[in-house]
Design a protein around this ligand. Structure first.
Ligand code: GCB
Length: 881
């Protein structure tokens, strides 16, 4: 067959609605037969290829599509028997009847996504291979279909772990913080279409490609390219009749063009429409969609027909003023989304996609980053319909090669193929404004501290995207410019390779403090003043079962446990404050809307999960941080009391935080009115609210346009008189020890610095191999994970009376006695003088405790830790009767 992709036939009928004679009625020219049901599946490779009908698959599992054999990611400390993280081959077999009325038509098999390499056989004939887990692909199987009856379709899917020598070594992604699911995890169908057709084999694109050339107050000009293919020997005289319909189905423009399609040839027809007084696609405010319907007619009869969405819109980005939709500023704020969930892996149903989109709409996002690969058509359609502005991308993620050097020619070819598939298959979705051609592709340099070769492929993909679709912008997500994690990472600067940029930045999580976001962005903006920039990722982990009384009280262990939910909220509060104040950003995306599977993660209260979601992996629980964004982004009334999952409290007082978009909110505790508090930045706080032992009902309410909206939680207060009060100094997370003693996280302090015995920050992560330090002689090691150091004091709320205070110490780093001495005052009087933990314990990393009695009056105990020869420190405070 001769491919003449670039030869376009005449552009006709510019502008006006032509009177095209109506087509004669007949049956729908194209038929799509769903092949979701009746499959047999077997995990693992087989001694013989099961390609013949005689092969007995009775023992295989009966399944329907979508299907993936992988199941991973659980809120547990260790993997359960439910985990299946097998990476290798899986075989599928399906028997299906030959469709009726096949004569003169073509039969085309369509796979919506197979992870990660698919080999396909029909009736024993090898049909072909597709490499890439995330895009749609099609094969013309007409010659292999049985003329009599049953067909046997066999598919081998392979999601082997990408590494040198593996079948997936040259298939993107070769690395990444997400799981590469195996299986036929999206749909399969058989399309029966005429031999002379709107091209089904254009990288599985729709064959019809519409784009907005210009829009003004009176009209819009739409360019349309229709690709045609004739798999017949005969030359055909055809007419391409293209119409634009409004949302009610009314025709607003129609053009037609005659075309002679030689036998075995393919060609493109270019047409231009004018849509008078167009109703624009206005994002979430009014996601108005037209449809383009293209018919291929032969002698007045419709022989093929394709319908695609059309949203009429323009956009641009300004390096100082951000994003503009249809000429108006539209600051973009939203989330990234991965395509998996608990119990299903990546085998999602349409209803699952709708639920995800509903949650994203509920939080009030107006943009979504489709991370880190081609998402399913349904997801693009939902984005169009809901008015989400989209960053779509290919899985060129984390590494260009396995050793930091140049990617192989096969990787480059696969990257190009996947990018063409992404763009052609999704060209008509108005939601998409940028094609992402890389994500953190030089991050390998953080691990190796060497410059890596990622730029050539980035540029290659950028140029290809510009050629495929000059009307959209290219972008990439940067990890390493200005070396936020140290190291010689800037050797091959990537910013400037694509039209616009995104920065993945995690201040407060991977190093830095939450409030460092603003200055870090300003520095980047200053360095590349002409480059429109966004924050393509920011975020923090949050576990539902791990909690903090004060998220300022300790050091987060980003690469491990625990991940208190309150710390996630704090990072988002601080990061968002910086983001919303920077109008030069064209967008910012929370990483991530949902917890998602990643099989190297052991963190928070989960296994195989990245827990940075605003919503859990099962979509059942919205974390507190979800409501922070809802209060900021949504116009729905929001009143949400934080901390409901930390129901058994360690302390008899609590700071109650409410997220709300009301100017002020009132609070009642067990019916007693604590009065209103203002909600600057959508956060309303009541400090030191007393909790009585047992149940406390905390109810917040606000009035929105005359209507009261409220939220209530129940907290169980402790009984210090009965059980004492315990502070795990320097620690971020409250915990109940095995012996039942409940320690709150570090709180009530003023001054000093919280430190971790074994910091698991980004620096420590890269220095892997360093052995964790252990404090010996400790009744509970948990008390020594963190400590507070410096000159500091505590003001602890306690009932009046006589108490015993026990302090836990150890020497974390000094190697001799006499180098660190300090004293402790209780209520202004020396309680412990000249404490030298090394001397008292007989060495470093050895636990030591000291106790003293105190009398509390006025409901407060003051402890002051004062420097002697060195900084004071304490790792736990236990106060009992
Ligand atoms: C990133 C990556 C993303 C990870 C994320 C994280 O920068 O682009 O794939 O999942 O960080 O959570 O570490």
């Amino acid at each position: 067959m001769v491919r003449r992709e670039t030869l376009w036939v005449s552009a006709v009928a510019l502008g006006t609605v032509l009177t095209v004679p109506p087509a004669s009625a007949g049956e729908a020219p194209r038929r799509t037969i769903d092949l979701a049901q009746g499959w047999r599946f077997q995990q693992g490779d087989l001694p013989a290829q099961p390609l013949t009908p005689a092969f007995d698959d009775a023992e295989w599992q009966s399944i329907s599509l979508p299907h993936s054999w992988n199941r991973l990611g659980e809120y547990r400390a260790e993997r359960s028997a439910d985990t299946n993280n097998f990476q290798g081959a899986g075989w599928y077999r399906l028997r299906f009847p030959t469709p009726q009325k096949l004569k003169g038509n073509r039969a085309i098999l369509q796979f919506d996504g197979v992870g990660a390499i698919a080999d396909v056989w029909l009736n024993g004939h090898y049909v072909g291979q597709h490499k890439g887990a995330y895009s749609r692909f099609r094969f013309d199987v007409t010659p292999f279909l049985s003329t009599k009856g049953d067909n046997l379709l066999v598919v081998r899917a392979d999601n082997s772990k990408p590494k040198p020598g593996s079948p997936t070594a040259d298939v993107l992604p070769i690395a990444g913080d997400f799981f590469l699911y195996g299986g036929i995890y999206r749909g399969v169908s058989l399309i029966v279409a005429p031999s002379a057709q709107i091209d089904l084999l254009d990288h599985a694109g729709p064959g019809v490609y519409a784009s907005v050339a210009s829009v003004d107050d009176t009209s819009a000009t739409i360019d349309l390219v229709t690709k045609l293919r004739n798999q017949d020997g005969k030359s055909r005289d055809l007419t391409v009749v293209a119409a634009i319909q409004d949302a009610e189905g009314g025709k607003v423009a129609e053009v037609s063009a005659p075309v002679r399609l030689a036998g075995g040839d393919d060609t493109s027809v270019q047409q231009t429409f004018t849509v008078p007084k167009p109703r624009l696609w206005q994002g979430r405010a009014d996601p108005y969609l037209y449809r383009v319907a293209v018919e291929l007619r032969a002698g007045g009869k419709v022989v093929d027909r394709v319908e695609q969405p059309l949203g009429i819109r323009t956009f641009h980005m300004d390096p100082d003023k951000g994003f503009f939709l249809n000429g108006k500023s539209l600051p973009l704020h939203g989330v990234s989304r991965h395509q998996d969930r608990l119990g299903k892996g990546a085998a999602l149903s349409d209803a699952d996609h709708v639920e995800d989109m509903d949650l994203i709409a509920e939080v009030g996002a107006n943009t979504i980053r489709f991370a880190h690969y081609q998402h399913v058509q349904k997801w693009f359609e939902l984005a169009d319909e809901r008015g989400m502005v989209v960053w779509a991308e290919v899985p060129y993620v984390s590494a260009a090669s396995f050793d930091g050097g140049d990617p192989s020619p096969a990787i480059v070819a696969n990257a190009r193929q996947q990018l063409i598939e992404l763009i052609r298959q999704n060209y008509n979705h108005p939601s998409v404004v940028t094609w992402g051609v890389g994500n953190e592709i030089d991050s390998y340099s953080i691990f190796t501290r060497k410059a890596v070769k990622a730029k050539d492929l980035l540029k290659n993909l950028n140029d290809l995207a510009k050629k495929e679709d000059p009307r959209r912008l290219t972008t990439f997500a940067d990890c390493c410019t200005d070396s936020p994690y140290g190291g010689p990472i800037d050797a091959e600067p990537l910013v400037g390779t694509t039209d616009v940029a995104g920065y993945n930045r995690y201040p407060g999580w991977y190093g830095m403090k939450p409030e460092d976001m603003g200055p870090a962005l300003d520095a980047l903006h200053k360095r590349f003043p002409a480059m429109p920039m966004s924050v393509s990722e920011y975020g923090a982990g949050g576990a539902l079962t791990q909690h903090s009384d004060n998220p300022h009280g300790g050091v987060i262990n980003a690469f491990g446990r625990p991940h208190p939910e309150e710390f996630q909220s704090l990072v988002h509060e601080e990061n968002w404050r910086a983001l919303k104040a920077r109008p030069y950003l064209w967008a910012a995306w929370v990483w991530n809307m949902f917890d998602f599977a990643s099989d190297f993660r052991v963190e928070g209260d989960a296994i195989d999960l990245n827990d940075k979601g605003l919503v859990t992996y099962d979509r059942k629980t919205r974390k507190d941080a979800f409501y922070f964004y809802k209060a900021n982004w949504s116009s729905e009334p929001v009143v949400h009391v934080n901390g409901r999952r930390y129901s058994n409290r360690a302390y008899p007082v609590a700071d109650i935080r409410v997220y709300s978009n009301a100017p002020s909110v009132s609070l009642r505790v067990d019916g007693a009115d604590l009065g209103p508090q203002p909600c600057p930045e959508r956060i309303c706080v009541w400090h030191n609210v007393p909790l009585k032992p047992g149940t406390n009902r905390i109810a917040a309410s606000a009035v929105f346009s005359g209507k009261a909206v409220s939220d209530e939680i129940t907290l169980n207060g402790p009984d210090p008189l009965k059980n004492g009060l315990r502070i795990n100094a320097g620690d971020l997370t409250e915990q109940v020890l095995e012996d039942g003693r409940h320690f709150g996280s570090d709180h009530f302090f003023d001054g000093g610095e919280a430190k971790a015995l074994n910091p698991k920050d980004i620096t420590a992560f890269f220095a892997r191999g360093v052995k964790d330090k252990v404090v010996v002689g400790a009744t509970s090691a948990a008390l020594y994970n963190g400590y507070r150091e410096g000159r500091f004091a505590y003001e602890i709320p306690l009932p009046d009376g006589d108490w015993q205070v026990t302090l836990s110490f150890f020497e974390p780093e000094l190697t001799a006695a006499g180098k660190r001495t300090f004293s402790v005052k209780a209520n202004g009087k020396i309680a412990l003088a000249s404490i030298d933990p090394f001397l008292l314990a007989g060495g470093a990393l050895k636990a030591v405790e000291r106790s003293f009695p105190v009398t509390v009056q006025g409901g407060r105990l003051s402890l002051a830790f004062e420097r002697g020869k060195g900084a004071a420190l304490v790792s736990a405070i236990e106060i009992t009767r």
